[in-house]
Ligand binder design. Structure first.
Ligand code: GLN
Length: 475
C-alpha cells in the first residue's frame, strides 16, 4: 500500500515509477471500502476516478502532466461535479445529479487531479459535529465514539484516515477549520471571494467559502493556489491577482507580530489541555523571536449571535428553491401546488435545517427585521472594524480553533445553543471575511487532536500559510 506523505514526495514517486496513479486509486478505493463503518464517503466515483488515473499515468509518461497530477481529491457533498450526484447530505437532494462542475472542480481537473468521491457532511452544511446528516454521523478515525466536527466532517476524516490525499470542504462559520481541528489535519478558509463559489450549494452566501483540508500546509497551499482567482461565473470572486502560495512558504517571518485574544484564552469554557497547548505554541513562537502579545477583544459574546441571525436569514432565502418543483425530492403525498411545497419541504428537510429556515424567516419578517436582521448587520460592521483594528497593529490573530476536542457522539445533540458555541472562535473570520487556518498542535490527555487557528489580514493567505507552515514544524 502506497503511503502518501505530501504532494511533492508523491510526485517524485510517480516520476521515478515507484507508484502509478492507477495503483493509488485502486488502493484508496479498497481502503474506503474497508473503512465503510466510519461513514465518511456517501459515494465513490470509482469508474471516473479509475479512468482519470489511466489518463494521468499516460500523461506522466509523456511528460505532459499538470501540477496536481494524480492527486486524489474528495469533494464535500455540496460541491458540484458534472454528471455525478450531489445531495448536501439531505433527503431533499438525495437523487440529484449535477448538471455542471463547480469552478474549483474544473480547475483541479485541468491540473490532472483525480476526484474519488463525495464525503458526508452536516445537512446543508449546518452543524458542528456531522450528526445532522440525513445519512448518519461520520465517526472520528482517532476514536470512533467521538464526532468529527462539522460540517465538513467527512472531508476532514477522509484526510485523517488516509482515504484521499486532499479534500475540499466549505466554511461558513468554521466548517473546514473545526473538523480539521477535531481530526488532526490542516484546514484553510480563504478570504471571502478568494475562491469562486460557482457550483457550491449555497448556505449563507455572504459567508460561504470553499477551501482545502490536507495533511500538511504545503499541500493546502498548492491546491488553494490552483482553485483561487477571478471567475466570470461568480461576481463576488475577487479580481485580485493570486500570489503563488506554494512558493510563499518561506516568506521571512522576522518582525511578524501575532496577537492572541485574551478573552478567548481566559474563557471559562476553554478545555485546559487546549489552553496548555496554545500557551506552548505561543512560547515556541516567542522563542523564535516573533512578537506574541495578548490583546482585548471584548466582543466575543456577540460573535455567535450575529452569525446565527445573519446566516439563518440568508439560508431561509437560499433554501427556498428546494420546493419540490425545481430540484430533488417531491412528496408522493402532494395533491396540489401548495401541498407540493409543504409536504416536500416537511419530508425532505431535517430538523436542524427546518429550525434555521424558521429562525431566518423570523428575523427577516416585518416587525422583527430592524430588531434582529439590521441590528446584526450593524454589529457585523462593528466586529469587522474591531478585528481590523487589531490587524492594523499585528500581522495575525491566534486563537484555539475550538474550545475543546472532539466530543462524544450524542453529547450536544439536544442542546442547539451548546452546539452553536462550538463555533465561538471560528465564526469571527467569516463575519469579517478574513482568511483563517487550523493546524494541528498536538493532542489532549485522551490523545485527541488539538488545533490552533491563525487569522490574517484581508487577502493575506500567503503570509498566513507561511506562518502556519512554520508552526506545523513545532509539533
Ligand atoms: N457550525 C457552523 C454552523 O452550524 C458552521 C457551519 C459551516 O461553516 N458551514 O452553521
Amino acid at each position: 500500500m502506497y503511503s502518501f506523505k505530501s504532494i511533492s514526495s508523491f510526485h517524485g514517486d510517480l516520476k521515478s515509477g515507484a507508484v502509478t496513479c492507477a495503483q493509488v486509486v485502486d488502493e484508496l478505493l479498497s481502503s474506503i471500502e474497508q473503512k465503510k463503518s466510519l461513514n465518511i464517503f456517501l459515494e465513490t466515483f470509482a469508474a471516473s476516478a479509475k479512468q482519470q488515473a489511466l489518463q494521468v499515468d499516460k500523461k506522466i509518461k509523456e511528460g505532459k502532466e499538470g501540477r496536481l497530477a494524480g492527486v486524489v481529491i474528495a469533494l464535500k457533498d455540496n460541491i458540484c461535479y458534472k454528471d455525478h450526484r450531489v445531495s448536501n447530505s439531505s433527503k431533499i437532494l438525495e437523487n440529484f445529479t449535477s448538471l455542471f462542475s463547480a469552478t474549483v472542480v474544473e480547475r483541479l481537473l485541468a491540473e490532472d487531479a483525480i476526484i474519488i468521491g463525495r464525503t458526508n457532511c452536516d445537512e446543508f452544511a449546518m452543524g458542528s459535529s456531522n450528526e445532522n446528516s440525513a445519512f448518519g454521523p461520520v465517526l472520528n478515525p482517532h476514536n470512533e465514539k467521538t464526532v468529527t466536527g462539522g460540517s465538513s466532517g467527512g472531508s476532514a476524516a477522509a484526510v485523517a484516515a488516509g482515504l484521499c490525499h486532499v479534500a475540499l470542504g466549505s466554511d461558513t462559520g468554521g466548517s473546514i477549520r473545526q473538523p480539521a481541528s477535531f481530526c488532526g489535519v490542516v484546514g484553510v478558509k480563504p478570504h471571502y471571494g478568494r475562491v469562486s463559489r460557482w457550483g457550491l450549494l449555497a448556505y449563507a452566501s455572504s459567508f460561504d467559502q470553499i477551501g482545502p483540508l490536507s495533511k500538511n500546509v504545503a499541500d493546502a497551499a498548492l491546491v488553494l493556489e490552483i482553485m483561487a482567482g477571478a471567475d466570470d461565473y461568480d461576481s463576488t470572486a475577487s479580481q485580485k491577482p493570486v500570489p503563488k502560495y506554494s512558493g510563499s512558504l518561506d516568506i521571512p517571518l522576522t518582525g511578524k507580530k501575532i496577537a492572541y485574544l485574551k478573552d478567548c484564552m481566559e474563557s471559562p469554557g476553554l478545555n485546559p489541555d487546549v489552553k496548555k497547548r496554545l500557551h506552548e505554541t505561543i512560547d515556541k513562537l516567542k522563542a523564535q523571536g516573533i512578537t506574541v502579545e495578548g490583546v482585548d477583544f471584548p466582543y466575543l459574546d456577540y460573535l455567535v449571535p450575529t452569525y446565527y441571525v445573519l446566516t439563518t436569514a440568508e439560508a431561509s432565502s437560499n433554501l427556498s428553491r428546494y420546493d419540490g418543483v425545481h430540484f430533488g425530492y417531491r412528496s408522493p403525498n402532494a395533491t396540489d401546488l401548495e401541498s407540493t411545497y409543504k409536504k416536500s419541504r416537511t419530508e425532505g428537510f431535517g430538523k436542524e435545517v427546518k429550525r434555521r429556515i424558521m429562525l431566518g424567516t423570523f428575523v427577516l419578517s416585518a416587525g422583527y427585521y430592524d430588531a434582529y436582521y439590521s441590528k446584526a448587520q450593524k454589529v457585523r460592521r462593528l466586529l469587522r472594524d474591531k478585528t481590523l483594528e487589531i490587524l492594523s497593529k499585528y500581522d495575525f490573530i491566534l486563537t484555539p480553533s475550538t474550545p475543546g476536542t472532539a466530543f462524544e457522539i450524542g453529547k450536544n445533540s439536544n442542546d442547539p445553543i451548546q452546539m452553536y458555541l462550538e463555533d465561538i472562535f471560528t465564526v469571527q473570520a467569516n463575519i469579517v471575511g478574513i482568511p483563517g487556518i487550523s493546524i494541528p498542535v498536538g493532542t489532549d490527555s485522551k490523545n485527541m487532536p488539538i488545533g490552533a487557528q491563525l487569522m490574517a489580514r484581508p487577502f493575506e493567505e500567503a503570509e498566513m500559510l507561511a506562518m502556519a507552515g512554520n508552526m506545523e514544524r513545532f509539533f
